[in-house]
Design a protein around this ligand. Structure first.
Ligand SMILES: [Fe+2]
Length: 277
């Protein structure tokens, strides 16, 4: 039994490393943006973001909507016998993920048979399973980022700092132009989805949006010009704002700017652009 577990762990580790590349596999400093298969405790209370965002609304968002994605993901991980330390590792190549081999291929078939076991080679996950990874895994990654990018008003800087500010100015012309571009993108996304500030592989910062629980890490599902590593995100699902703002998404965006955690945006920028922390 032990050899079986070792085999699956070894295979998945190898498969994930091959699929996700060096971006997520090896560098210790990048792990600080990793997402575990559970819900993080928040560094602030729900009420501490008032009056900009309602504590009751945030509590429901965290304890009901985000928690539902986590529960669904944990069920999937258990049923599919996935061993996932960092949910982000599933995002870039989810369509090419393979299920680990059942039982150790190094054990002679005769010995497996004598134990009532058989060797089953690795196989692709079903489209239904991939869709669940996309929805529940994406939902968990996106919400984890959403909470990290929030902080009580006045607890940190009011806008991007230092190299993050310089990069935004370089790519958007000014901080004001970036805010406008982000807001227009967020208002322009019809239905449920997310708005992002993305650091692309070509080192450009761009604003993009994705539908449902997709995110810019999902290379198989997002156009290359929108793909990359997010350094800021905003939840555009109605559950994120309708309770407080009704259908007025613009009012929600204006309030959300007041509680953006610019310290963490700066940290994320340094990590994704390879600068020392
Ligand atoms: Fe949400």
């Amino acid at each position: 039994m032990q050899s079986t577990l070792l085999s699956r762990r070894h295979f998945l580790t190898t498969a994930c490393a091959a699929l996700t590349g060096s971006v997520f596999a090896a560098e210790e400093r990048l792990r600080s943006l990793g997402v575990p298969v559970h819900q993080e405790k928040l560094a602030y209370s729900f009420e501490s973001l008032e009056p900009w965002l309602s504590g009751a609304m945030l509590k429901r968002h965290y304890e009901e909507h985000h928690a539902a994605f986590v529960k669904e993901l944990q069920t999937l991980v258990k049923n599919e016998e996935l061993e996932v330390g960092n949910v982000i590792s599933l995002m870039p190549g989810m369509d090419r993920l393979v299920q680990p081999a059942r039982n150790d291929s190094r054990i002679p078939l005769g010995r497996l048979a004598s134990q009532g076991l058989s060797f089953e080679p690795p196989r692709k996950f079903s489209p239904e399973t991939v869709q669940k990874i996309r929805q529940a895994g994406g939902g968990h990654v996106n919400h984890t980022a959403f909470w990290r990018f929030l902080a009580p008003a006045g607890s940190g800087p009011k806008g991007p700092q230092e190299e993050t500010a310089r990069a935004i100015q370089e790519d958007f012309g000014s901080i004001k132009a970036f805010r406008q571009a982000f807001k227009e993108a967020a208002l322009g996304r019809t239905g449920s989805g997310w708005a992002w500030l993305v650091y692309r592989p070509d080192k450009c910062l761009v604003v993009s949006t994705t539908p449902n629980e997709d995110n810019p890490l999902m290379k198989d599902h997002v156009a290359w010009e929108k793909s990359g590593r997010p350094i800021l995100c905003l939840d555009l699902w109605e559950h994120a704002y309708a309770e407080q703002f009704g259908e007025d998404r613009e009012q929600y965006i204006d309030a959300w700017w007041k509680v953006v955690n610019w310290d963490f945006v700066g940290r994320a920028y340094r990590i994704v652009s390879g600068l020392p922390l």
